[in-house]
Design a protein around this ligand. Sequence first.
Ligand code: 5AD
Ligand code: SF4
Length: 465
Amino acid sequence: MKPAPRTFQVKSFGCQMNVYDGARMAELLEAEGMSAAGEGADADLVVLNTCHIREKAAEKVYSDIGRLAKRPGGAAPMIAVAGCVAQAEGAEIPRRAPAVDIVVGPQAYHNLPALVRQAAAGGRALDTGMPPLSKFGALPARRRQGPSAFLTVQEGCDKFCTYCVVPYTRGAEISRPFGAIVDEARALIDMGAREIVLLGQNVNAWRDDEERGLDDLIRALDALPGLARIRYTTSHPGDMTEGLIRAHAEVEKLMPYLHLPVQSGSDRVLKAMNRSHTAESYLRIIERVRAARPDIAVSGDFIVGFPGETDAEFEATLAIVAAVNYAQAFSFKYSPRPGTPAAEMDEQVPAEVMDERLQRLQASLGRQQLAFNQASVGLCTDLLLERPGRKPGQLIGKSPWLQSVHLETGAAIGDLVAVDLVSAGPNSLAGRAAPTWLPGEGRGPAARTERLDPGLRRGTARVAA
Ligand code: 5AD
Ligand code: SF4
């Protein structure tokens, strides 16, 4: 039997929703009187907040459990498996890894304290119930907050892409109520958040009984004093409404960044994936978004080697990449997931073919990302400082286009500062502090950013200074 834990550690893997859930689990455990274990210290309770999206991610949990169970020089901690592997595998987890004390799904983690008590009393505790929305009402108020805060507004998915486990692990699409979201946003701002990232597996499918959509939510957040930036992720092309596109033109706090997964450029593959869009309809959405916000950074997700994908179909993916010109992207080899329709499809693509396709795709996306970063050199823009850099006096912040920018500055984490972007690499840029914006300047999002000109413009003088 393991004693009642006094310290805990939550390790989150996978998507940003898991990061959000991990933060809320930590708040729950703190409200119960436990405290976070210090850096490098052994915690009495370790929560592995897992991801099931690809096989590699799902298998990782078992090696982590093995390592914890054999913790050198100390007693094994109480181990809780949370997140999507917990939901998908349930009681199978302790059967395969008897060191596990608690299994708790993503819709049930508000019960974590009770499960911990149960485990401390000598039982094994399992809860993979999926009561829609009830966890949010049962969670304690938000605590500590960095400059950029995640806020889950929508969960689950009704789209049933044939490769994806999310509809099974996170359940049906549900939207949190408008008022609860705005209240949580206020609490986050009160605790120091300058940016809020609205989260959902299909965040742009958020809607409520009064026919409000994500754009209405964005406009409500725009009105909150103290908030400087709004982002949202992840969106589905099928829910990219006119209102949301218009918000990109009209809401100054809405950052010029859109993560819009396309997965493939082949219409045959998209249909087999049960995506509701074609290559052409996706490109038309990008066109409309760019018409509303010309400088928007577009990012996407891609899967190579979906069952039956031919060379020509893969070439179509390279073609859509060339047509869109991505600022950032995430690309994966197809991984068959138990219980999904695609896992049963014939013609699974051989591993070496997937490897080769992924390499070619990533080379192309990498070139686009570098080019996007290089094209930002010479811009003067704003930066939200988020964490310390490696060198003393250096901080790392995010540009409006979600680029990481290194800056030597006397400003503090959480400050929004003006910066000249002076050099770029594939994954980050270097900036130089610029004078803060003058009053009256920067009306409208585009006006906040200006290109330095080697003439008389004030930006050039700043760079030279
Ligand atoms: N195999 C590989 N990649 C997948 N994704 C989702 N399911 C799978 C799978 N079975 C990718 C998609 C999705 C991202 C979060 O993960 O690109 O957009
Ligand atoms: Fe992974 Fe999807 Fe679960 Fe996020 S919702 S943790 S991406 S399986």
